[in-house]
Design a protein around this ligand. Structure first.
Ligand SMILES: Nc1nc2c(ncn2[C@@H]2O[C@H](COP(=O)(O)OP(=O)(O)OP(=O)(O)O)[C@@H](O)[C@H]2O)c(=O)[nH]1
Ligand SMILES: [Mg+2]
Length: 615
């Protein structure tokens, strides 16, 4: 008889559950140094010393089994076997942060009260040692009544002992200890204090560096300045560092296009390859270096422990618009992509706080906007400096990010006064310890981002661009007629042109915005393909997208296009995840409506102001 063996990782947020999960199963779950990283259950396979497989489940961190936020609900249900289609895990692996023992022992008692086979992973022993703590795992074992194994998940220390203990816990399932304490929270706190005291053999104060750093980084005046400076450098770097790499990729695609053109006879297939695939997809892939630079900064923030500090700093500002610092982390994650950002809101317990955060998350500038911004900035904003080390292009990019943030704050303020009425709830989040980001983790993180981006380019961006190319290429133009005028796509563009004309958008933009509903980067590949198909001369064909934009767009149009993308909800995945997280179409419909409204309004304001200013 084969038994379905399962074990689940439980513990406070940021105790290293996902790091252990990855180490034990070889998975690549996201780990980061702030509470609330994992918001869904994830399963993987662990092999016991006997060779038997066990299904290992990684769960969101929790402070209590009496769940407050949606991610804690997942943990509560999973532990009790109430998650749909899921058996109750036979063994619980309770992960404790050795350097935060007292806090983590509060939840630990609640888990142990369940009386289920449990193994404790006393994780982050290395950090406890760094902080000058010497721990006695035997004393803890005695106090808790279950096996305690010291581990360092990120250095794979103690893993064999842990798997052995998991195997043993399963065999001895029947005579598992059942202390049945049933204490109240204050009683548990007291018990945690006593147990932690007994387990800590010696403590030498070595908190000076972290304390000094916190005094600086969390200072109400200097802290925000440092955060602002950090973000500023990030956007400067996106332009300043990327150029050589982007140029190399661009040269690669140009050479490829030239090669295909010279080797293949003139045919519809050749046009498809050069105009549809190389010009279209290539125009987006060029932005890979910029995206990786952005993620490099985000990864450093996440791994070092600065992310939670930034959330703390932003709490006051967020409270001003009726949100809390808790919303800051989902919003900052939305700089990468609104989809994980919206999922990260599951760690917010107040439903109205959470809904408001979901509705404004798409205003954070996701990395899919970066190619759109970068191509327009590259074409219309001169690469000059406006001060020592301050490039104008990076400054404009920074301004676009700030516009999104300001838009989000104003939207939150209005929403909190009307549809999601309510007062700001307080902010409580533990500050994780500072860690030097591990090079390997950063490298893996960047590789994963590169993979995600290239996969998008090869799937959603490629197919949207190919579909557009087909609409652009048929029917074929009569001599003297432009291909765009003759094509199906041209007819569609003519249909929407009147709507977009008042905000300064030309026909090509209107055409690009439709497939860009699938993903924002498609706006770039669509423009590249449209101009490539519509090139009337060889010379025009050889000029890149940037040159074509410069030749056919006015500056007010370009600026209006940027303003549009600050607001427009051009992303089907975001709409889909909003539907899933709010359980219905009402809120995604509202979100799409208000964001398109803002996009139209601000593109128009930008266009007419630019004209009035004589640009
Ligand atoms: N030095 C050290 N760092 C660790 C250890 N285990 C995990 N970490 C780091 O601690 C941070 C938190 O780890 P995660 O695995 O994301 O924690 P989690 O318990 O899954 O957190 P949530 O998903 O938010 O509940 C990450 O930055 C890890 O790199 C350890 O044993 N030693
Ligand atoms: Mg986790």
């Amino acid at each position: 008889m084969t038994r379905h063996r399962t074990a689940a990782l439980v513990g406070n947020p940021n105790s290293g559950k996902s790091a252990l999960f990855n180490a034990l199963t070889g998975a690549r779950q996201k780990i980061a140094n702030y509470p609330g990283v994992t918001v869904e259950r994830k399963a993987g396979r662990l092999i016991l010393p006997s060779g038997e497989p066990v299904e290992l489940i990684d769960l969101p961190g929790a402070y209590s089994l009496d769940a407050a936020s949606p991610d804690e609900v997942v943990t509560e249900k999973a532990v009790q076997g109430r998650l749909e289609g899921e058996v109750r895990p036979e063994v619980l692996i309770l992960v404790l942060d050795a350097a935060n023992l007292e806090q983590h022992l509060v939840f630990a008692q609640e888990v142990l009260e369940l009386g289920r086979p449990t193994v404790v992973a006393l994780n982050m022993i290395d950090l406890a040692e760094r902080d000058g703590l010497t721990l006695d795992s035997n004393a803890l074992e005695e106090a808790l009544g279950v096996p305690v194994i010291s581990t360092v998940a990120v250095r794979r220390r103690g893993l064999d002992e842990l798997t052995a203990a998991i195997a043993a816990a399963e065999t001895h399932a029947d005579d598992a200890p059942n202390p049945n304490w049933h204490l109240t929270l204050p009683e548990r706190r007291l018990a945690a204090k006593t147990m932690a005291r007994a387990a800590i053999l010696s403590r030498s104060a070595r908190h000076t560096v972290a304390n000094g750093l916190d005094r600086l980084l969390l200072n109400p005046w200097i802290g925000p300045l440092i955060l602002f400076a950090f973000l500023f450098v990030m956007f400067q770097a996106v332009f300043a560092w990327a150029t050589p790499f982007a140029d190399a990729i661009d040269a690669g695609f140009t050479a490829l296009s030239a090669f295909v053109s010279s080797e293949m006879p003139q045919s519809i297939l050749r046009d498809f390859l050069t105009q549809g695939i190389i010009a279209g997809v290539g125009s987006v892939v060029v932005f890979l270096p910029q995206i990786l630079i952005l993620f490099f900064f985000i990864l450093i923030m996440e791994a070092s422990g600065y992310m939670a500090r930034a959330a703390f700093l932003m709490d006051r500002l967020m409270a001003g618009v009726g949100l809390s610092g808790k919303s800051f982390i989902p919003l900052l994650s939305s700089f990468a992509c609104a989809v994980p950002g919206i999922m990260a809101t599951r760690s917010i317990s107040d439903p109205k706080d959470r809904l408001t955060t979901i509705l404004i998350a798409p205003l954070m500038t996701c990395s899919a906007r970066l190619p759109v911004y970068a191509v327009i900035i590259g074409a219309f904003i001169p690469a000059t400096t406006v001060g020592p080390g301050i490039g104008l292009q990076g400054l404009v990019l920074f301004g676009l990010y700030v516009s999104g943030i300001v838009g989000a704050m104003v939207a939150a303020l209005l929403l909190r006064g009307t549809l999601t009425k309510g007062a700001a709830s307080g902010f409580i989040m533990e500050m994780p310890r500072y860690q030097l980001p591990r090079l390997r983790d950063v490298a893996i993180g960047l590789w994963q981002r590169a993979f995600v981006f290239l996969r998008r380019a090869g799937t959603i961006i490629l197919s949207a661009t190919v579909a557009l190319w087909i609409l652009l290429s048929f029917p074929q133009a009569q001599p003297g007629q432009s291909q765009l005028d003759a094509s199906f796509a041209g007819k569609i563009a003519d249909g929407i042109a009147p709507v977009l004309k008042p905000i300064g958008f030309n026909r090509e933009i209107g055409l690009a915005l439709i497939p860009a509903m699938a993903a924002r980067e498609v706006a770039v590949s669509a423009l590249a393909t449209t101009y490539a198909v519509d090139a009337r001369t060889e010379a025009e064909n050889d000029r890149g997208l940037i040159a074509r934009l410069q030749a056919s767009w006015s500056l007010p149009t370009a600026l209006a296009f940027l303003a549009w993308f600050v607001f427009a909800p051009q992303c089907l995945s975001t709409i889909a995840v909003t539907r899933r997280e709010t359980n219905g179409w009402k809120w995604p419909a509202f979100m799409v409506g208000y964001l398109f409204g803002l996009a139209y309004l601000f593109a128009g304001i930008t266009y007419w102001s630019a004209i009035a200013l004589g640009f």
